[in-house]
Structures are given as C-alpha cells and as structure tokens.
Design a protein around this ligand. Structure first.
Ligand code: NAD
Ligand code: UD1
Length: 339
C-alpha cells in the first residue's frame, strides 16, 4: 500500500513510517513541522533505506495537499497523526485545539473523498474513556463528552465524525486506534521522543532525570487505591504501537471500527521509575508531590479485540521500552538537536 502520514514526522508517525516501510509499504508525509524535526525523517530514511517524500504544510491547506497527493497518486490510505496533544495547553487555549484537531480531521476526510482514498486510520486516545467505571477498558466501555479537557474532547468528537463519514460513504474504511501510553524508541537509538521544553509525560521526564538534565522525578500522588499508591497505566512500546498501525491498515473493513492499542499490563509510577533505573544502571531520584488535577488512578486495557481480529498484540515489556528509551536519550541528550 502507499500511505499518506499526516503528522508523519512526529514521535509516533516516524516510528510507524519505519514499521510500514519495513513491512513493504510506501509512505509519503505531510507535516507542518510545528512539533517535529526534519532530522527524524532523515534518520527514518537511513534506517529503512527508503525515500520518504515530504510536504511541509498544514494538513488543512487543501490546495497544497491535493497537489502533493496527486503527484504521489494513487494513495490507498491515510494515517492521521497530525494534531496538537498538550493537555494543559488545550485547557488554556481550547479554540486552537478545536480548530486544529477537528479541522485537520475534516480536511483529511474531504481529501479522501476528493481523491478516492478509501481508508483512514486515526490516532485516538485512551483519554476518551475519562474516569473508568470498570477495568480493564474494552472498546465498548463508556466514553463521553464530559471529559476533563478539550484535548480529550477533540479525540472523542473526531471519533464521532469518522463514524458519520463511514456511515455516509459506501466503501469508506475508518479505524480509530485508542492508544494507551506510548513510550520507548526505535531499538537503533536513532529516533525517539523529543518533546520541546520540560516533558509533561512520565517516561520522557524520567529519561531527562536519568541523563542528568532534570534533578528528580515528582510522583503525582502516592495515595491512590492501587497496590503501591501511585497511578497505574498501560505503557505500550512505540514499535508495538507502530506494528498495530500496520495491522489496522492491512485489515481495515468498510465502516467504522475502534480498537484499543495497549498491553493490558498495568504498571505503577514507582514500577516505571524502577524499570528505568535498571535500564540506565543508576538511581533515579524521586519525590512525592500532590496528585495532578485531571489524573485517573488507573487506566489499562483489554487488548483482546485487536488480537482476535488482526492477530496483533504488544510483544515488548516495560524493560524493553526503558532500554530503548535510554539508548535514545543517552545517545541524543538534546534530542534531534544533539550535535
Ligand atoms: P507529535 O506532536 O510528535 O506528532 C504530531 C505531528 O503532527 C507533529 O510532527 C506536528 O508537527 C504535526 N502537526 C501538528 N499539527 C499539524 C497540522 N495542522 N498539519 C500538519 N502537521 C501537523 O505527537 P505524537 O505523540 O506522535 O502523537 C501523534 C498523534 O497521536 C496525535 O494526534 C496525538 O494526539 C495522538 N496521541 C498521542 C499520544 C502520546 O502519548 N504520544 C497518546 C494518545 C494519542
Ligand atoms: C496524559 C494525558 C492524556 C494523554 C496522555 C498521552 C493528562 C491528565 N493526561 O496521560 O490525556 O492522552 O498523556 O499523551 O495529562 N506522572 C508523575 N510524574 C510526572 C508525570 C506523570 O507521577 O512528572 C504520573 C501521572 O500522574 C500518571 C502517570 O505518571 O499516573 C502517567 O502520566 P503521563 O505520562 O502524563 O500520562 P497520562 O496522565 O496517563
């Protein structure tokens, strides 16, 4: 298949590009580079030996994107990663989040209709489940629009838009992938997560502490009703997640479907810090802080649907993810800007 990756220079996009190219597919990328680096795609090209055509553009720029798509026709599918993902920023600037995240999804669906591209795979998030009523989370666990931040709401709304577009357009294949917590890096240590500024997510924060750039990890609460009192999450290695996209594309059916992409294994904040310490062979200093507003005690999935339908499941452990994240972080302490 020849696949357009919107936001394909970003963290998950570039790992998925590598997985697709290694599975024999072709990729082309549209990215406005607002949260990514050209160097990521250069390295993905080096790892795979493939050329990756790139258009630097907002995916909502219809004229430019259509010209690029016709130059690279025929395309079989779009994987829509492009969007804004900072939860706190979405609370401060909600209109920008609705504008970019919903506008870009609508632009992708219009492009697909105009260029006869049948399949779309969308980066949704476990955040759409909000406060879980029951664990593990399955695809028909309740979701809602009463989510605590605009970021999560945009994911929920785009899922609805995809379902409507698939219902209206015969032959449209739309798949929403609800990612749990993506972590880790390509095992080469050449590409990985490169957040701008101080990371807000746990694994990249721990990685910066391990490399000596930040002093200590703040543990957001140790009084949750969990085995060690810290939050439980389902951390999925980004290369497993990437393989999940390949499976989704290869098995997409007409209509709209949703899949959890996680491991099913709950890991606590303390367990993750300990695992990273083992990978980096050093003590990771930490301190307990108050709970973070909007956090849930526990979030992890039952990944059985993707296994039953596609034969896909996560193969890598939290220790694998920490080893790969450490290789990336220690070799590239300033991310893609490392000299
Ligand atoms: P990322 O920021 O690294 O990648 C997003 C890419 O989209 C960036 O390269 C950015 O430059 C590009 N982009 C943003 N707006 C654009 C626009 N209007 N037009 C073209 N390109 C644009 O983020 P990521 O971690 O790779 O996440 C990819 C997707 O997965 C996002 O939609 C995100 O919300 C979703 N997601 C991420 C996580 C996570 O923990 N990383 C979890 C759940 C869902
Ligand atoms: C966060 C977002 C979620 C988004 C996901 C992926 C919030 C409230 N949720 O999920 O919407 O889809 O990222 O980008 O921001 N932790 C610490 N110290 C830290 C950082 C985190 O203890 O410095 C804890 C958190 O309380 C949580 C766990 O580590 O228990 C994971 O946090 P994080 O990596 O931010 O992911 P989520 O909160 O699950």
């Amino acid at each position: 298949m020849r696949v357009l990756l919107s936001g394909g220079a970003g963290y998950i996009g570039v790992h998925t590009a590598i997985a697709l190219l290694e599975a024999g597919h072709e990729v082309v990328v549209v990215d406005d580079m607002s949260n990514s680096s050209l160097e990521a795609l250069v390295r993905a090209g080096e790892i795979t030996g493939a050329g990756i055509p790139l258009l630097v553009s907002d995916i909502r720029d219809e004229a430019r994107v259509r010209t690029f798509v016709s130059e690279n026709a025929p395309l079989d599918a779009v994987i829509h990663f492009a969007g804004l993902k900072a939860v706190g920023e979405s609370v401060a600037d909600p209109l920008r989040y609705y504008d970019v995240n919903i506008g870009s999804a609508v632009a992708v669906l219009k492009l697909m209709a105009a260029e006869s591209i049948p399949t779309v795979v969308f980066s949704s998030s476990a955040t759409v489940y909000g406060q879980p009523e029951r664990l593990p989370l399955v695809e028909d666990s309740p979701t809602g629009l009463d989510l605590p931040n605009p970021y999560g709401k945009t994911k929920r709304i785009v899922e609805e838009i995809l379902a409507d577009a698939a219902a209206a357009g015969p032959g449209v294949r739309a798949v929403a992938l609800r990612y749990f917590n993506p972590v880790g890096a390509h095992p080469s240590g050449r590409v990985g997560e490169d957040p701008v500024g101080v990371p807000t997510n746990l694994m990249p924060y721990v990685a910066r502490v391990a490399v000596g750039e930040l002093e200590r990890v703040g543990i957001f609460g140790d009084d949750y009703p969990t085995p060690d009192g810290t939050g439980l999450r389902d951390y999925i290695h980004v290369m497993d997640l990437a393989a999940g996209h390949v499976a989704a594309l290869e098995n997409a059916r007409p209509g709209y479907e949703v899949f959890n992409l996680g491991t099913g294994v709950p890991i606590s904040v303390r367990q993750l810090i300990a695992a990273f310490g083992r990978a980096a062979r050093r003590e990771i200093p930490s301190t307990v802080l108050p709970r973070r507003a909007g956090d849930v005690a526990a979030s992890y999935c039952d990944p059985a649907k993707a296994w039953n339908r596609w034969g896909w499941r996560a193969e890598r452990s939290i220790d694998d993810a920490c080893a790969d994240a450490w290789r990336w972080q220690s070799r590239n302490p300033q991310g893609y800007r490392t000299p």
